[in-house]
Design a protein around this ligand. Structure first.
Ligand code: ADP
Length: 259
């Protein structure tokens, strides 16, 4: 808006200008609509567990229960509070990255080590579910980008692969390169995502039906953080999946565009 738009010299140019202004207005309206939707989804997602916690506690106060039932209900509340805490952390992350372009660091990153470090953080969960982890690194990969932000992307993908894979399943992390990009894939043989859900998994708060059926808890925010960070760092992210077969998330770090 700071650059001066030249005055249209004739009817045709005036028409083009009015079309451009219309497009711009549409984009602004859509952005406002998305913001409104996000705020309303966020308050719904925060209110629901709060109402459930309040309800559970009120029941406990009104009717004294036996010790076992009392502990079960308190533990349930603690789990919900943990989930709320996690959701607030994720919402804060999303808000922080909104206008973070100027703060992106340009550091040396050794991707192999970054992946292994992130895997190590999940070792307890991996052991508990008896998952097999395979790494398929065809070489040592090095790039310049923001170490912390790339770690958040990779750890979200690994965390999901663990969460949505049943006991004794398998997760394979691949690192390779073609002429244009370094490629990182996180593949699992877990519950998979249906075709209908596949387009929507990067939307904030979206959780697929199969996830709800399998009663796996989450916030629906992890992949929207992944998408937002990938956009910020100019990384391409894509997903392919088949129900009951497994899911692959692919990251492509374009060699030419990397910050
Ligand atoms: P959350 O895991 O907290 O629900 P995400 O934004 O990380 O939120 O993921 C959104 C949805 O995408 C999940 O609820 C799940 O339905 C689906 N999903 C993500 N990763 C996987 C995966 N590896 N396997 C199957 N489904 C997945």
């Amino acid at each position: 808006l700071q650059t001066r738009i030249p005055l249209p010299a004739n009817k045709d140019e005036l028409y083009v200008l009015s079309q451009n202004i219309n497009n711009l207005l549409d984009r602004v309206e859509n952005a406002i609509e998305r913001e409104k939707q996000f705020t309303s989804d966020a308050s719904h997602e925060l209110r629901t567990p709060l109402a459930v916690i309040k309800g559970t506690m009120e029941v406990l106060i009104r009717k004294p229960r036996n010790q076992q039932e009392y502990e079960e209900k308190i533990n349930f509340c603690i789990t919900e509070v943990d989930r709320l805490n996690h959701m607030v952390d994720q919402l804060l992350l999303l808000a922080r990255f909104e206008n973070q372009k100027q703060n992106i660091k340009n550091e040396s990153i050794y991707l192999n080590a970054l992946v292994l470090d992130n895997l190590a953080r999940f070792s307890e969960k991996i052991e508990a579910k008896k998952l097999t982890i395979k790494t398929n690194f065809t070489a040592d990969y090095h790039l310049q980008s923001d170490n912390y932000l790339i770690s958040i992307i990779v750890s979200n993908l690994i965390s999901n692969a663990i969460k949505y894979t049943e006991n004794n399943g398998e997760i394979t992390i691949g690192l390779s390169q073609n002429s244009n990009a370094i490629l990182l894939s996180v593949a699992d043989n877990g519950i998979g995502i249906s075709k209908i859900d596949l387009d929507k998994v990067f939307n904030s708060f979206y959780r697929s039906d199969s996830t709800n059926q399998a009663k796996i808890k989450g916030t629906g925010l992890g992949l929207s953080i992944v998408k937002r960070l990938c956009d910020l760092l100019k990384i391409e992210v894509s997903v392919s999946s088949e129900l009951q077969v497994g899911t692959v998330f692919n990251l492509s770090f374009p060699l030419a565009k990397l910050k």
